[in-house]
Ligand binder design. Structure first.
Ligand SMILES: [Ca+2]
Ligand SMILES: [Ca+2]
Length: 202
């Protein structure tokens, strides 16, 4: 919920307006957190972790409720990939803390998707995708960018929301791996085994 402090102060005297609004915002955030936790617990079951199949059920339940995104179902492969990239303790599943990290990142990317889908088509064109990534600071060559479009776009060269989330999550993950291995010359050095693990379990 947006709260325009300036506008509100000019209309009504302090402190009566500020306090209720800040409490309201906190309650909403708390409620959202609880709802997420309840949904997680319900799908995770006794082991308190979600495997890729459970993650797929969880994400698709959420997406189905969004009038703009309802037909963007996440594939099992995308969910396996998201688990692999977020599975900090390499258990093969996501515990609640790991899941919250993934959730935050999906929510941030969703906001970007809606913001940069300039013609409101519900999909990203190559131009919209390019604008989104370059505004966020990902400096990629035309060739690399083209390869990403080839990998994530459909037959009509459009990138659907679910493909965008899969691609964006992977881009960020590969970016982080690169910067963990980068040296002073701004080049990353990998051992063979490290490289294979990073690219295969992602
Ligand atoms: Ca885990
Ligand atoms: Ca569009």
């Amino acid at each position: 919920m947006a709260y325009d402090h300036e506008a509100s102060c000019s209309k009504v005297q302090l402190p009566y307006t500020v306090q209720p609004v800040s409490i309201d915002v906190r309650v909403h955030a708390e409620e959202r957190k609880n709802r997420l936790y309840i949904a997680f617990k319900r799908i995770a079951g006794e082991d308190n972790e979600v495997d890729p199949w459970e993650l797929q059920e969880l994400l698709n339940t959420v997406v189905k409720r969004d009038p703009e995104l309802w037909d963007n179902q996440f594939s099992l492969d995308a969910c396996k990939s998201m688990v692999a990239m977020t599975d900090a303790d390499r258990s093969g599943k996501l515990g609640y803390e790991e899941f919250v990290e993934l959730w935050k990142s999906i929510m941030a990317w969703t906001k970007i998707f809606k913001q940069y889908d300039r013609d409101n088509s519900g999909t990203f064109s190559a131009n919209e995708l390019h604008l989104a990534f370059s505004t966020l600071g990902y400096k990629l060559s035309g060739t690399t960018f083209k390869a990403m479009v080839l990998r994530y776009a459909d037959k009509d060269s459009q990138i659907k929301y679910n493909s965008f989330i899969a691609g964006a999550t992977k881009l960020r993950h590969m970016y982080e791996i690169f910067y963990k291995h980068v040296g002073k010359d701004k080049k990353a050095t990998f051992g063979f085994d490290d490289y294979i693990r990073a690219t295969m379990y992602s």
